[in-house]
Design a protein around this ligand. Structure first.
Ligand SMILES: C[S@@+](CC[C@H](N)C(=O)[O-])C[C@H]1O[C@@H](n2cnc3c(N)ncnc32)[C@H](O)[C@@H]1O
Length: 360
């Protein structure tokens, strides 16, 4: 894993995933679900915000959170032994990583990721083994509704939909400054943001490129969400939404760049090649496709966040999907016809994001 130097959340080889694995590391994995519950409870109870002003005693924390004594004991036992808090002279203070993160806009985004894990990801992961056995997203059965995949069921589950799009915006915002910095759109007139969600990336790219027109291609249920975000950003003149199904419908024409952001982690490589070919077919010569999402390494042994995130993609959203190695996306792009394929790998940040740009 690449150590992060300037991110609020530095990732190092130390800690529970240090190798070689010992019994301590093994028990972190064994009780990983419980470790997450401490993080989620502390996040929902605003324990970390309570400690932002400085160290507090157990009694001050108990009163601040309005918890019973036993509940406070459990929460502090967990948060201290996991390293989220440190205890000195009878007072509890935030771990450095948390106090650094709390002082940045990424804090709210981090909490949105915690909420996704709790309310969208957690339950479906119970079917991970079954998903591996059947090579299908068995966990979708735990999400109410009849839609063919998670995205087509979100509107049937309003709380889940809210948690999902809040997370998606935050996850994109944490990484898209790199997209904006690395995807040169100075010569691009019109960009198609395929499966563009609430338009978070379209808005960032439109803001950074004042000449650019962007169209978000989304399912009808998400069109409404995207249009609201675009209106709020004051970009309705240059960013629009086209409702459709990127598999069933033809791609719209007239674009010189097609973006797939956090999209090709959902589907099988065969489906990805099909989508990339549809993009290829509507692009002019010299037009580009950009794939922006988390990537795993070509050795197949990390980074660990890519591995952990792949459980969700195996168990829940759709039948295919994982955090694919770079080389799989590159192969799909070439199979779709793109002759020049450029890998743009940045090492900052704790999410394993990357960008691949193909040219027709
Ligand atoms: C993981 S989200 C990514 C959203 C956005 N690109 C981002 O990076 O924040 C995937 C998006 O693809 C959309 N999507 C899924 N299937 C689709 C389809 N068949 N046609 C159009 N959009 C689709 C979903 O509604 C969802 O908003």
């Amino acid at each position: 894993m690449n150590p992060s130097h300037d991110s609020a959340i530095a990732v190092t080889e130390a800690g529970p995933t240090a190798r070689p694995l010992d019994m301590d590391g093994l028990s972190w994995i064994l009780f990983g679900h419980a470790a997450f519950q401490y993080l989620n409870a502390a996040s929902e109870l605003n324990l970390f915000e309570l400690l932002e002003g400085g160290p507090l005693t157990k009694e001050e924390i108990r009163t601040g959170l309005g918890l019973a004594e036993r509940a406070t004991d459990i929460l502090l036992l967990g948060c201290t032994s996991l390293g989220l808090l440190e205890k000195e002279d009878g007072r509890y203070r935030l771990a450095q990583v948390l106090s650094t993160l709390l002082a940045t806009p990424d804090w709210k985004r981090f909490k949105d990721v915690v909420a996704l894990e709790q309310y969208v990801v957690y339950e479906g992961q119970l079917d991970f083994t079954e998903s591996l056995r059947t090579n299908k997203n068995a966990g979708l059965r735990r999400v109410r509704g009849s839609g063919r995949d998670l995205y087509h069921r979100l509107s049937e589950n309003p709380h889940m939909e809210q948690v999902f799009y809040r997370y998606m915006r935050s996850w994109s915002e944490m990484a898209n400054p790199h997209l904006v910095a690395n995807l040169d759109l100075s010569q691009t007139k019109r960009l198609l943001d395929c499966g563009g969600g609430d338009a978070v990336n379209s808005i960032a790219l439109a803001k950074a490129n004042s000449h650019l027109e962007v169209t978000v291609f989304e399912i009808p249920a998400t069109q409404v969400i995207a249009e609201k975000t675009i209106r709020e950003a004051g970009l309705s003149e240059r960013v629009s939404v086209l409702a459709g199904d990127m598999f069933a419908d033809p791609f719209p024409t007239g674009f010189d760049c097609v973006l797939f952001a956090h999209q090709l982690v959902i589907w099988t490589p065969e489906e990805n090649t099909k989508l990339l070919r549809k993009a290829y077919d509507v692009l002019p010569k010299g037009g580009r496709v950009a794939v922006f999402n988390s990537m795993s390494n070509d050795e197949g042994d990390g980074p660990v966040v890519a591995a952990l995130d792949s459980v969700y993609f195996a168990a829940l959203p759709a039948e295919g999907g994982m955090i694919y190695p770079w080389s799989v996306h590159e192969r799909c792009m070439r199979d779709a016809g793109f002759h020049s394929v450029e890998r743009i790998d940045w090492t900052e940040g704790w999410t394993p994001h990357g960008l691949i740009v193909g040219t027709k």
